[in-house]
Design a protein. Structure first.
Length: 387
């Protein structure tokens, strides 16, 4: 393990001002285990040292960690990984203790107090829960406590099963939006997005920057998840879309690179950068963007989709084709274009039943049809977030 003043780029980065001050760093299972069947304390110590050096320079770092199931499997001496939920939840519960003990001991060497924070989708789906989680994390940062976050595997079955929202890649993006992070770092064993899986194809080339996640980029994200981890490159692209849409830069980089966190915080070009797509969003819009509270969908025609995308205007009843799911006035919904793409999230002015009754109509017909009027917009632009 490199000493604090060793490792490529370490001395220079200490002299360089930090480009990013509030950082969310996600440590993947394969990074924390170094590809073995147990936590690698040397790797974890190196990462803790980097976080400590950033702390010394005034940066704030929140860790989203994987590794609980791998740690539990090692603690119980189980090599074969059964797939049934109760078994994997036991592994998570056993391993979480070892994982946090390791973090606590390693950070204590640097005089840093850590705080375990277990989150579920339910915690963030509710607006009040979202704000409570945000306030708690910000208070930890103010007190110079290092939050260490993981999905609550004992109750959050979706995460262990690998659902799209619930893996730690997407959880880290949600946390980045939650706390207004400047940078989200996903540390992996592959070091970024490549033209092919570098573990299988020696000719694979690193893609240093992705400004837009289009069909070509998505096609590169074949599922490269391993037996020990949950998220593959596809979930990392989902995380990138969420983080950058909320105003946070995201970088996928190799966890084994010396002083990687310090170098990235200083703005060094390593791995694959996904630059923020917009300026920093207000908290309420980031909550809608998270998609955790979505109750239904509104399908719009091509004209309405174009107006939403290009003119950033409100959604009127005339542009609505159909509704999926059931929602009430004031609940969050997503907007789907004719090709089935999710293009926006917003707060509905009318219930799903009411939207079905007024779809395709001019705004002056709303009160005539419904007998009441909550405004001429199905989704007002002030309560709408484009994806």
């Amino acid at each position: 393990m490199a000493k604090p003043d060793q490792g490529r780029g370490n001395t220079g980065d200490h002299a360089r001002p930090l480009r990013y001050r509030r950082i969310v760093a996600k440590f993947g299972t394969n990074v924390l285990t170094a590809g073995t069947d147990k936590l690698d304390v040397e790797v974890m110590s190196a990462l803790a040292g980097q976080v400590a050096r950033l702390h010394q320079r005034g940066a704030e770092v929140i860790i989203v960690t994987s590794g609980a199931i791998a740690a539990g499997r090692h603690r119980l001496g189980i090599r074969k990984d059964r797939k049934d939920m109760p078994f994997r939840q036991v592994l998570a519960a056993v391993g979480q203790s070892d994982l946090m003990q390791a973090y606590q001991e390693l950070f204590a060497r640097h005089g840093i107090t850590v705080a375990q924070t277990l989150l579920t989708r339910r915690d963030l789906a509710d607006r009040q829960g979202y704000l409570n989680a945000r306030n708690t994390l910000l208070a930890m940062l103010e007190l110079r406590v290092a939050p260490i976050i993981n999905e609550n595997d004992v109750v959050a079955i979706d995460e262990i099963e690998g659902a799209k929202i619930g893996d730690n890649d997407n959880l880290s993006a949600l946390v980045a939006n939650l706390v207004d992070a400047d940078l989200l770092v996903l540390l992996t064993d592959t070091g970024g997005l490549h033209t092919a899986d570098p573990r299988l194809d020696p000719a694979a080339e690193l893609i240093p920057r992705v400004d837009r996640i289009d069909a070509r980029i998505r096609a590169l994200a074949r599922d490269t998840s391993s037996e020990s981890g949950v998220g593959g490159m596809a979930t990392k692209l989902q995380a990138a879309k969420l983080a950058t849409a909320g105003g946070t830069d995201m970088i996928i980089a190799a966890g084994k690179e010396p002083e990687i966190l310090v170098r990235l915080a200083a703005g060094e070009t390593v791995g694959t950068l996904f630059p923020a797509a917009v300026d920093r969003m207000e908290s309420r819009k980031r909550w809608m963007l998270a998609g955790l509270s979505i109750k239904g969908s509104i399908i719009v025609d091509g004209g309405a989709a174009k107006v939403l995308r290009e003119d950033k205007r409100s959604l009127l009843p005339a542009g609505v084709r159909d509704v999926e799911g059931t929602f009430q006035r004031g609940q969050a919904v997503c907007v789907i274009d004719p090709e089935g793409n999710r293009i926006a999230c917003g707060i509905a002015n009318y219930s799903s039943e009411e939207v079905l009754r007024i779809r395709g109509l001019r705004t002056d017909k709303i009160e005539e049809v419904l007998g009441h009027h909550y405004g001429g917009e199905v989704l007002h632009r002030n309560n709408l977030v484009l994806l």
